[in-house]
Design a binder for this molecule. Structure first.
Ligand code: KG4
Ligand code: ZN
Length: 335
């Protein structure tokens, strides 16, 4: 089944054509980074306007790149939430209209379930069950995943998301937005052991996370080294990144251990982090576990993952209706 996926929950307008939830025929992502960069974060009103401008050309491009004509598309999947309401509405309304105009079945999907299904878009996909860490700009959670559309949340962040911590630390260091990739690059020139920051493991059996303490610790370090910190930026970035990576890696491995699961997945924007990918692979080898991480371009927001999960809902007979609307927060399981 060939599915057109559409994503517009935050600052990327994306469309993709995917066959059977696994084979990407095309994937187009129009990033708004340049628009929001001067403001140091996503401005919701600007995001909606940019989505309106981009949605038609992005979908046209995705269909053109796929090499299949529009008549070969058999279903439409679109992100319904969570995200920015004004941004979500653009993709959702477009998908609703497109599906109705073409008489196609369509379904609204949870963005987080999209990220979880991004591991099925490569040649190395996990068998069920597996334990997944989803680390993005808005969420950081651990899941025990038993099918493409069934999972149990094992833990989540109690305050900031991991990506949010990267973004805020980058801002504090004057390095700009979005911070994850910038800190990742900066850290490559630093020594992760020179300046150590606290690791919040909470209690040993908890699979929840907390990143507000480390953010405050970096802030305090900058304030107490006001005249010299700018010479230590790579070491601060490396020390911060190492602390976050250690907590994420340890909790993911531990969570899998409690479920006797040998298969672990890392998804979401933060999964693009080079140190996290490296350390997780190293630790998993020691623990005899198999790691599944999407290609870098599938870690951040994209529509291929939306089409991937949407395929499974459509196959199961789930359909959206004309009266359906987007949702901003409460992660809801579609279907
Ligand atoms: O999944 P995503 O694209 O959007 C959300 O659903 O939130 O994740 C975006 C987040 C941002 O906070 C960004 O700073 C972070 O992912 N990120 C990274 C890296 N690349 C993106 N964090 C750490 N290292 C990276 N290389
Ligand atoms: Zn995302």
């Amino acid at each position: 089944m060939i599915v057109l996926g559409i994503e517009s929950s935050c600052d990327e307008t994306a469309a993709a054509v995917v066959e059977d939830g696994t084979r990407i025929l095309s994937s187009v992502v129009a990033s708004q980074v340049a628009v929001h960069h001067p403001y140091g974060g996503v401005v919701p009103e600007l995001a909606s306007r940019k989505h309106i401008e981009a949605i038609v050309p992005v979908v046209e491009q995705a269909i053109a790149d796929s090499g299949v004509g529009p008549h070969r598309i058999e279903g439409v999947a679109v992100t319904q939430g969570p995200g920015l309401v004004g941004a979500l509405l653009v993709g959702f309304s477009f998908a609703k209209a497109y599906a109705h105009a073409r008489g196609l079945p369509w379904v609204g999907v949870n963005h987080l379930e999209g990220h979880m299904n991004s591991v099925f878009l490569g040649s190395h996909s996990p068998p069920f069950p597996f334990v997944a860490l989803l680390a993005s700009g808005g969420h950081t959670s651990l899941y025990h995943v038993t099918s493409h559309i069934q999972y149990e949340q094992m833990g989540q962040t109690l305050d900031d998301a991991a990506g949010e911590a990267f973004d805020k630390v980058s801002k504090m260091l004057g390095l700009g937005y979005p911070g994850g990739g910038i800190i990742d690059k900066m850290a490559a020139d630093g020594d992760p052991e020179k300046i150590t920051f606290p690791r919040a493991f909470l209690n040993k059996t908890s699979f929840d996370f907390s990143f507000s303490g480390i953010k405050t610790a970096v802030k305090r370090y900058i304030m107490t080294h006001e005249d010299t910190y700018y010479r230590q930026i790579p070491d601060i970035a490396a020390g911060f990144q190492e602390a976050v990576v250690e907590v994420l890696t340890t909790k993911l491995i531990r969570a899998a251990g409690t479920r006797d699961c040998e298969h672990i997945a890392l998804v979401g924007g933060v999964a693009a982090n080079s140190r996290l990918r490296g350390r997780l692979n190293e630790t998993a080898i020691q623990e005899g576990m198999q790691v599944y991480i999407p290609a870098i371009e599938l870690c951040g927001d994209n529509a291929a993952m939306v089409a991937a999960v949407g395929y499974h809902y459509l196959k199961a007979g789930v359909r959206a209706g004309l009266g359906d609307d987007v949702f901003s927060r409460v992660p809801r399981i579609t279907g």
